[in-house]
Design a protein around this ligand. Structure first.
Ligand code: ADP
Ligand code: MG
Length: 366
C-alpha cells in the first residue's frame, strides 16, 4: 500500500484581518516547500497536514505516522497545548496567565511566587540578556506596549500609526532592564518585579512551543516524522518514509512568497527566524518593526532584514534569533557560536552572511 497524502486544512481563524489572511497564503505556499507532498509506494506510512491558528500566528503541521487516528489525535492535542501555553503561561493580555500575574505584581515587596517552569524560562532569558550584553531583554514589555506594533500590524488599531512621544519613550525605557529583575532562589522561586516593569516573553514563546510539541511527539510512538511550524519557528522530528531530508525554506525578506534558500536537515531540529517583514507599521516610507533595541527604545537598526538560527532546542533558538537581529552579523555570529548554534543573516542589501557550519552542512542556495 502506498503513502496516503491527505490535506486536512482546519481553519479556525478568530481574526479576519487582512494580515492573518496573508499569513495563511504564505503558510499554504511554504507547506509545499516543507513536505514535498510526495507519495511513497514502499511504505505504509500515512501523512496528514493541518493548518490552524494559535499564539496569534499560523501553525502548520505535517505528520507522518503508521495510523491515521494517531495523526488526528496528535494534531488536536498539539493545538490544545499551544492554547494552554498562551492562555496559562505566556500571555500578557489574558488574566489567567502566569505572565499576567507577574506583571500585576510590579513594586510588590514580597514578590510573586513562580512556577518552576516560568522560573526556568526566566533563568535562560536572563542568561541570554547577559550573553547578548543587554540586547535581548524580556523586561522591555512597557516599551513594546508603547509602540504597539503587533496590534498595528494585525490591523487591530484604527487610524494612522503614530510614533511614540520621544520623552515618554525615554521614561518608559528607564523602567525596563533585566539587570533590575531579582529572582529569589529559596525553597520556591520568587520574582521581585520593580514598579512599572512588564515582562514580555514574545521573543521566546514560539520556540518554547516547539520544545513542548517535541515532548508530545516523543510520547506518540506511532508518529515517525513531523514538521511543525509556529509562525517563524519550525520543528523537524524523525524522518520521512522515503528517507529524504527535511527541507525548510528561509523566506526572502524582499519577497516572502519565495525563499533565499533551503535548509536540508536530518532528524530533530529547531529553526527560528526573526525578521522585519512580519510585524511592522510604516510612516512616510519608514518601516517600524517589532524588535526593539533596548539601547535606544527604537526598532533595531543593525543592517539586518532577517536572522535564521538552527538549534536542537527551541527556546534558545528563538531567543537567539531575536538577539542576533538586534546585534547584527558580527556580534550576533559570536553570540550564536557561544551556544553552538548555526546562524544565517539576510542583510538589507540582500547579501547573505552565515556561520561556517550553516554554509558547509545545511544551507542550499535557491
Ligand atoms: P516573532 O515573535 O515575530 O517570531 P521574535 O521571536 O523576534 O519575533 O520576537 C519579537 C517579540 O519579542 C516582539 O514582538 C516583542 O514582544 C519582543 N521583543 C521586542 N524587542 C525585544 C528585545 N530587545 N528583547 C526581547 N524581546 C523583545
Ligand atoms: Mg525570537
Amino acid at each position: 500500500m502506498g503513502t496516503l497524502e491527505h490535506h486536512c486544512y482546519r481553519f479556525s481563524i478568530a481574526e479576519e484581518g487582512g494580515k492573518m489572511k496573508r499569513f495563511l497564503y504564505v503558510a499554504l505556499g511554504t507547506m509545499i516547500l516543507l513536505c514535498g507532498c510526495g507519495r511513497n509506494s514502499a511504505s505504509e506510512t500515512v501523512s496528514r497536514q493541518y493548518v490552524d491558528v494559535a499564539m496569534g500566528t499560523v501553525v502548520r503541521q505535517v505528520v507522518y505516522c503508521s495510523e491515521e487516528a494517531a495523526a488526528e489525535a496528535f494534531s488536536g492535542r498539539a493545538m490544545e497545548l499551544l492554547e494552554e501555553l498562551e492562555g496559562e503561561l505566556l500571555s500578557w493580555r489574558l488574566e489567567n496567565s502566569q505572565v499576567y500575574s507577574v506583571n500585576a505584581s510590579g513594586g510588590n515587596e514580597e514578590g510573586v511566587r513562580l512556577s518552576e517552569e516560568l522560573a526556568e524560562i526566566l533563568r535562560q532569558c536572563l542568561k541570554l540578556y547577559g550573553d547578548s550584553e543587554g540586547a535581548f531583554d524580556v523586561t522591555m514589555g512597557s516599551a513594546v506596549r508603547l509602540w504597539n506594533i503587533d496590534q498595528w500590524a494585525a490591523g487591530q488599531q484604527e487610524g494612522e500609526f503614530e510614533l511614540p512621544d520621544p520623552q515618554e519613550l525615554k521614561q518608559t525605557l528607564e523602567i525596563c532592564g533585566s539587570g533590575r529583575l531579582k529572582l529569589g532562589e529559596g525553597e520556591a522561586p520568587v520574582l521581585y518585579l520593580p514598579e512599572g516593569m512588564q515582562l514580555d516573553l514574545g521573543a521566546v514563546g514560539k520556540g518554547l512551543a516547539l520544545t513542548e510539541l517535541l515532548g508530545l511527539l516523543e510520547k506518540e510512538s506511532r508518529i515517525t516524522g513531523a514538521v511543525i511550524s509556529v509562525g517563524g519557528s519550525v520543528l523537524t522530528y524523525g524522518s520521512k518514509p522515503d528517507g529524504s531530508s527535511w527541507r525548510v525554506g528561509i523566506p526572502d525578506p524582499a519577497d516572502t512568497s519565495s525563499s533565499v534558500g533551503i535548509l536540508s536537515l536530518e532528524g530533530q531540529w529547531c529553526v527560528s527566524t526573526s525578521g522585519d517583514y512580519e510585524r511592522y507599521a510604516e510612516v512616510d516610507g519608514v518601516r517600524y518593526h517589532h524588535i526593539l533595541d533596548p539601547a535606544t527604545g527604537y526598532p533595531a537598526d543593525s543592517g539586518v532584514r532577517s536572522v535564521t538560527v538552527l538549534t536542537r532546542e527551541g527556546l534558545i533558538g528563538d531567543g537567539l534569533s531575536t538577539a542576533c537581529f538586534i546585534l547584527g552579523p558580527r556580534k550576533g555570529m559570536e553570540l550564536a557560536g557561544k551556544y553552538g548554534a548555526e546562524v544565517l543573516f539576510v542583510l538589507e542589501d540582500g547579501k547573505i552572511v552565515m556561520s561556517e557550519g550553516m554554509e558547509k552542512t545545511y544551507f542550499q542556495r535557491q
